[in-house]
Design a binder for this molecule. Structure first.
Ligand code: ME8
Length: 738
């Protein structure tokens, strides 16, 4: 077991590998950008750094998404993995390797790991009957109908012969490990949550599945595929060459393992802090040195996620304000480890305030004046006053404070300290006003003041730029070149941050012509980004030619987010228990299939009201009144005509934010239905989809339009979010459900 202090000479860090069931969004970009910033700083400090990212492509969730899109899982995964990789390249993220779990190198490593665990006596065969959440690929304790503790969706019952991993044998060892390595997991809320989970007792874990085939076959027993989390977690070692006999792979593995940091989102801490170390201990492989969990990026009051459909794409921000603006916002606005809200308004405000008017404006003032008064050549500074000495002392302090905060992953504090230096330099310039010559000052004195002030301000900018490079790589490269310092990437390769200290800007250095850095965002920037998001709101799967993949909305059970920024700093750090999704209330009975039709005046009907009329969350958790069960006869049921239909047209109804107008095809006729699902389904995503409707419901009028039927949907707790009923098999239109 290894967990000594961080290795000074090499650094291996990883992002989670992302599921390929839908396109990437800002949440994924957030974790990957944080890793990129860390990797850039480490490299610029002369540390041999290996930064891994990739995609998680196996499992039932991906298999189902592919089927719904009418594609093979392989084609489907390839299309979306390319989307992730393309995005990271578009954002110039400096990963060293991108692993796909469908690659041979990974399969070989996973099979080797599985065989090792079995050979060492930690895997045995048994059978499992219990609950499983396909969305989180998680085994859940509880009776049928139990909601997933992570996402709130209702779990499925699986009954299979499985291989089991002896997780129970690691309870004590894990607790001892956490005790001996207090820095292993952070933030503290994650640490507490994980420890209390392990203290609660560990059961053996099923590590194979037989009911589907999209996975890595268990060596020697190919009707089983390896449990997707064992498969996925292994990427951190297979990408380095674990399980390969090739000397180059062996050398890479020996060089970089154990990982210095697995950076993850907080919702997957259990997998990384419990299962992963246990697998490694069982296989006799050293443990990673640390796991760091980022909080959630929230948007529209909920965790930004593909299943909730409330996503913003990194490309949108990049297109309007540039990738650096996004990086700066994410690292400055959200104290790492806490949840933070993303909003276009806050983004534009930070951009204009800190980048356009702050750093960008400072650089352009100084570079322009060096050109205007000194032909673009740094003048010699002489006759230093206390003002220069003070600024120099501040810069020296900032170098230390920035590094300390950054290395402790307090990026927001690091940037705050750095921007204090931006402001101080700005103030220094204004106070000394090199552009203004008072009549009483001689030409010679004024020349000397200009030289001293501009050389000093330029030096401060050089220091600021070097420090901010890992966070604003594109802009720092431009400024570095303007300051006549050459190629910053080359400087980073030569470990320039190890020598960063006041006094590096030589008199006589030739500046390059001023270039725009952060043009001020105009008033319409927010609208432009919103419009781009709306325009691009077609999934990549559709673009790839497949059928639309319905995105099941998860219940809106996320906690209210602490405010970002300064207010978040002041807010007490909340323990993770409080920031986890509110546990979904135990449904009073099996969650009912609900019919979804706009029912403006009928909240008392026996079918669940549409989301629009769903009770508020607080009401939803109130204990259900005890009711005597009312039975219906088979004849009563036979009166309800349930039929398969296909959506031909789906559109919003002006001024009715909860209603969609659908035209559906029953095979034998087409008809119009109004449904109260507009808050949960994008109309475009419904087109082509096969659904179930109540075909013999009396017509009714709403908003002047006639509705001829009702959709069927499951109603998810706590707020009744609808999930439309559908079929995995091909079903002809008009088929009756009995
Ligand atoms: O969990 N805020 O993949 P995934 C912050 N394949 N971070 C977010 C986020 C948000 N709103 N949304 C996503 C999986 N993330 C597994 C991981 S690792 C061996 C297997 C980031 O596609 C965050 O890092 O659901 C989170 O843990 C990860 O994306 C989940 O990505």
């Amino acid at each position: 077991m290894t967990n000594s202090a961080l290795s000074p000479e090499r650094f291996y860090l990883t992002t989670p590998i992302y599921y390929v069931n839908a396109r990437p969004h800002l949440g994924h970009a957030y974790s990957t950008i944080v890793c990129d910033a860390i990797a850039r700083r480490k490299r610029a400090l002369g540390i041999d750094t290996w930064f891994l990212t990739g995609t998680d492509e196996h499992g039932q969730k991906i298999e189902r998404s592919a089927r719904l899109a009418g594609r093979t899982p392989g084609e489907f995964a390839t299309a979306i993995a390319a989307e992730f990789r393309g995005l990271w390249d578009g954002l110039s993220l400096s990963y060293n390797d991108f692993i796909r779990t469908t690659e041979d190198r990974h399969k070989r490593g996973v099979q080797h790991l599985f065989a090792t665990l079995r050979d060492r006596g930690y895997i045995y065969k048994g059978s499992y009957t219990g609950q499983y959440c396909v969305s989180d690929e998680l085994y859940v304790d509880g009776p049928p109908g139990t909601p997933c503790p992570d996402c709130g969706r209702i779990t499925e019952t699986v009954s299979e012969e499985n291989y089991f991993f002896k997780l129970s044998a690691f309870e004590r060892k894990l607790l001892e490990f956490y005790e001996a390595n207090p820095g292993f997991m952070q933030p503290e809320s994650t640490r507490r949550e994980v420890i209390s989970f392990v203290r609660g007792g560990l059961k053996d874990l099923s590590v194979s599945r037989t009911s589907f085939s999209w996975g890595i076959p268990v060596p020697g027993d190919e009707k089983h595929v390896v449990y997707v989390w064992l498969d996925a977690l292994a990427n951190y070692i297979t990408a380095l060459g674990y399980g390969s006999d090739d000397p180059a792979d062996k050398a890479r593995f020996a060089r970089y393992w154990p990982a210095d940091m697995h950076l993850i989102g907080k919702e997957i801490s259990r997998f990384h802090c419990v299962y992963w170390p246990a697998f490694l201990m069982a296989a006799g492989i050293p443990l990673p040195r640390s796991v760091r969990a980022n909080g959630w990026l929230l948007f529209d009051q909920g965790k930004m996620s593909k299943s909730r459909g409330n996503i913003v794409r990194a490309e949108t921000v990049q297109q309007v304000l540039g990738a650096d603006a996004l990086r700066y916002f994410l690292l400055r606005e959200i104290p790492f480890g806490q949840d933070g809200t993303f909003s276009f308004d806050a983004l534009v405000q930070r951009y204009n305030g800190d980048l356009a008017n702050g750093y960008g404006n400072l650089v352009s003032r100084v570079v322009n004046m060096v050109f205007k008064y000194f032909g673009g050549v740094v003048p010699p500074a002489s006759g230093l006053t206390t003002a220069e000495v003070t600024l120099q002392a501040s810069a020296t302090r900032t170098i230390a404070a920035f590094g300390e905060a950054f290395d402790a992953m307090e990026f927001s504090d690091a940037l705050k300290a750095l921007w204090a230096l931006v402001a101080e330099t700005d103030g220094y310039l204004t106070a000394n006003a090199p552009w203004k010559k008072p009549p009483e000052r001689s030409e010679a004195d004024h020349y000397q003041l200009q030289a001293r002030v501009l050389a000093t301000a330029a030096e401060a900018i050089r220091v600021i730029t070097a420090l901010v490079y890992p966070i604003l790589p594109e802009s720092a490269a431009k400024v570095w070149a303007q300051l006549g310092q050459g190629d910053i990437t080359e400087a980073a390769r030569n470990a320039f941050l190890t020598q960063i200290a006041w006094g590096g800007l030589q008199a006589g250095t030739k500046f390059m012509g001023p270039a725009p850095l952060f043009p001020r965002a105009e008033k319409d920037a927010v609208e432009r980004m919103v419009a781009i998001e709306e325009q691009n709101n077609k999934s990549v799967i559709e673009a790839a030619g497949g059928a639309p993949v319905p995105e099941q909305p998860a219940p809106k059970a996320q906690p209210a987010a602490p405010q970002n920024s300064e207010s978040t700093k002041k807010a007490e750090k909340k323990p993770m228990e409080e920031t986890k999704p509110t546990p979904t209330p135990e449904p009073a009975a099996e969650p009912a299939a609900a019919s979804v039709q706009a029912a403006p005046a009928a909240p008392t009907s026996t079918v669940a009201a549409p989301a629009a009329e769903a009770p508020a969350a607080a009401e939803a958790v109130a204990p259900a009144p005890v009711e005597e069960k009312q039975y219906i006869t088979i004849d009563d049921f036979a009166k309800v005509e349930l039929r398969v239909a296909q959506v031909l047209v789906a559109e919003r109804i002006p001024k009715a934010d909860k209603l969609l107008r659908l035209e559906v095809d029953l095979g034998y006729e087409k008809r119009q239905i109004l449904a109260g699902i507009a808050q949960y389904y994008e109309p475009e995503k419904l087109i082509g989809r096969r659904i179930v409707i109540v075909a013999n419901l009396a017509p009714r009028k709403m908003r002047g339009l006639e509705s001829n039927g009702m959709l069927l949907a499951a109603s998810l707790p706590p707020d009744g979010a609808p999930v439309l009923a559908g079929f995995l098999e091909d079903v002809p239109l008009g088929a009756r459900l009995k």
